[in-house]
Design a protein around this ligand. Structure first.
Ligand SMILES: C[S@@+](CC[C@H](N)C(=O)[O-])C[C@H]1O[C@@H](n2cnc3c(N)ncnc32)[C@H](O)[C@@H]1O
Length: 509
């Protein structure tokens, strides 16, 4: 089973292959040459012979011998089929293959969907060669990342190798991979003239719960365009939306974005990601009936000076006036990098508790902990301890912004799935929160984010909201008289405060 997983070995059902090929050929090009770079047992090849009347030559490559033998059994009177046992990361796909003609080429298939991190856990090594990779602009950025999809590496390899040829590449992949490929194409200003994403039901065809589709990209066959037509279904005649770019920034729905484009800019206030400690079972405690327990269910007795109420993304969805925090977080530092040894004297019980969990705390994987003081955490600073915050969850759309203040005299913190703005004055927090909850901002955020991404709201997304532009568009009297915050409490900010806030924005420009 693990070999199957490492190689991303999920053969495409024949009916899905038929839908893919009929979609591609219906869109007009009469390809004579087909390359299936990871052909498996050859379902795409069979269907190309069956349905692609123009097809004359097919080359299929595959790593696993049993599949190579199966694919070699495919025969046709009209099409020349050549199957090779080959690791695609070991050759240049544009220059190493022997074709009889130079007629239009379609690269079609379904590369492995596994990530390098999942592979690593299974001790797999089916990866692009670093030596090849590092020479490529933008590609080293991928292999340098701790986690990337092998399919993304296959896509970028194909694009780079066919960069000067008139080629269509159409592969089944995760929608997140398609978006990264589109961003790569734009960042490198490649000659791409058409991109389309046709969603498929991955659960039905492959029994996996991911958002996926057929991503098709045409290279060197017309005027450059970086817009991506998105179809809800493989067989739909019309696309439902278009995603693309504003400058270098991705936009999920260009039509609705154009209506709120004026809000695009740079936030005048600094968004912060919540606290990060990578040791939830040790650092996050629940409090019930006067007893603190950690994630192992152990009773914990520590100095409460270092404990703060903690909200997570899911808490923010249901938060209302009078809420009681479910969790508390141990805060070992006031700012990033601060030494922690003073806790030995100032909080001896906490010090003992942390030392009894050095197994978990000292083995935290992320490199940020490497040269940091023992028991370090991230996402903390003066802003963590300001009295008012606007908080928002990273996991949910539409974004809901909420003002929180203290709980029983302690500032409320959010975890690293959430983002916040901090304030000293309540009215400021409430004014900005009312601006952020304005329908125009909601529309803006929905237009630039993808509902199927794991974390649609990120620091990068929030930083794109130009608060001054929102302010200028909003009917401020209506806002100050009738807007309520997310608890249902009315916003108390009179014109004078609003004017002060406006000047504050202008001063920042
Ligand atoms: C998702 S399956 C798809 C198979 C076939 N394309 C289809 O659509 O039915 C991925 C295939 O890629 C093959 N594969 C994985 N890594 C490879 C590599 N480095 N070179 C060539 N083939 C590879 C696997 O053995 C597997 O058959």
């Amino acid at each position: 089973m693990s070999k199957k997983k490492i190689l991303g070995d999920f053969q495409t059902p024949v009916q899905l292959a038929r839908n893919v090929i009929s979609r591609l050929f219906a869109d007009g090009i009469h390809w004579e040459r087909i390359l299936e770079p990871t052909c498996g047992q050859g379902n795409f090849i069979r269907v190309c012979i069956e349905q692609g009347a123009s097809v004359r030559e097919i080359i299929g490559l595959e790593l696993q011998q049993s599949y190579v033998e199966k694919s070699k059994r495919i025969s046709s009177e009209t099409v020349q089929v050549s199957i090779y046992q080959q690791d695609i990361f070991d050759l240049n796909l544009a220059t190493s293959l022997q074709w009889n003609t130079l007629s239009p080429l379609l690269v079609v298939g379904n590369p492995p969907w596994i990530t390098n991190a999942e592979q690593g856990r299974l001790n797999g090594k089916n990866l692009p060669r670093k030596s090849n990779f590092q020479k490529l602009s933008g590609l080293d950025a991928i292999t340098g990342k701790s986690n990337f999809d092998i399919a993304e590496a296959v896509w970028l390899k194909l694009i780079r190798e066919f960069v000067n040829d008139p080629v269509t590449i159409a592969l089944l992949c995760k929608t997140s991979v398609a978006r990264k490929v589109a961003q790569f194409v734009l960042d490198n200003e490649l000659h791409v003239n058409s991109m389309s994403l046709y969603r498929i039901e991955a659960q039905r065809w492959f029994n996996v719960a991911v958002d996926a589709g057929l991503f098709a990209l045409e290279l060197n066959q017309g005027d450059i365009s970086y817009d991506v037509a998105e179809f809800d279904n493989l067989l739909d005649a019309r696309h439902t939306r278009t995603f693309g770019f504003h400058g270098r920034k991705i936009v999920a729905d260009l039509d609705s974005y154009r209506q709120v484009e004026s809000l695009e800019g740079t936030s005048q206030l600094i968004w912060r990601q919540g606290v990060k400690h990578d040791a939830a079972k040790v650092m996050e405690l629940t409090y019930r009936d006067g007893i603190l327990r950690n994630g192992y269910g152990d009773l914990v007795e520590i100095e409460t000076d270092y404990l703060y109420p903690l909200l997570k993304s899911s808490d923010l969805q249901s938060i209302c006036l009078g809420f009681v925090p479910r969790k508390y977080v141990i805060v070992t530092q006031k700012k990033v990098g601060q030494q922690t040894v003073h806790l030995r004297d100032h909080a001896p019980k906490l010090w003992r508790y942390l030392n009894s969990h050095t197994d978990q705390l000292d083995s935290r994987k992320s490199s940020i902990y490497k040269n940091a003081p023992q028991f370090s955490m991230f996402g903390i600073g003066e802003y963590s301890f300001q009295p008012y915050k606007i908080v928002v969850a990273g996991f949910y759309l539409p974004a809901r912004f909420v003002v929180v203040s203290g709980y029983q005299g302690k500032q409320i913190l959010v975890d690293d799935t959430c983002y916040s703005l901090s304030f000293d004055e309540e009215w400021e927090a409430r004014l900005i929160c009312a601006l952020l909850n304005h329908p125009a901002v909601s529309k803006f955020l929905t237009s630039i984010t993808f509902a199927d991404s794991k974390r649609p709201i990120t620091k990068g997304v929030l930083e794109r909201i130009n608060l001054k532009a929102v302010y200028d568009q909003v009917n401020i009297d209506k806002l100050t008289n009738s807007t309520t915050d997310s608890y249902g409490k009315s916003v108390n900010c009179d014109r004078r405060n609003v004017e002060i806030q406006l000047r504050l924005f202008e001063g920042d420009e």
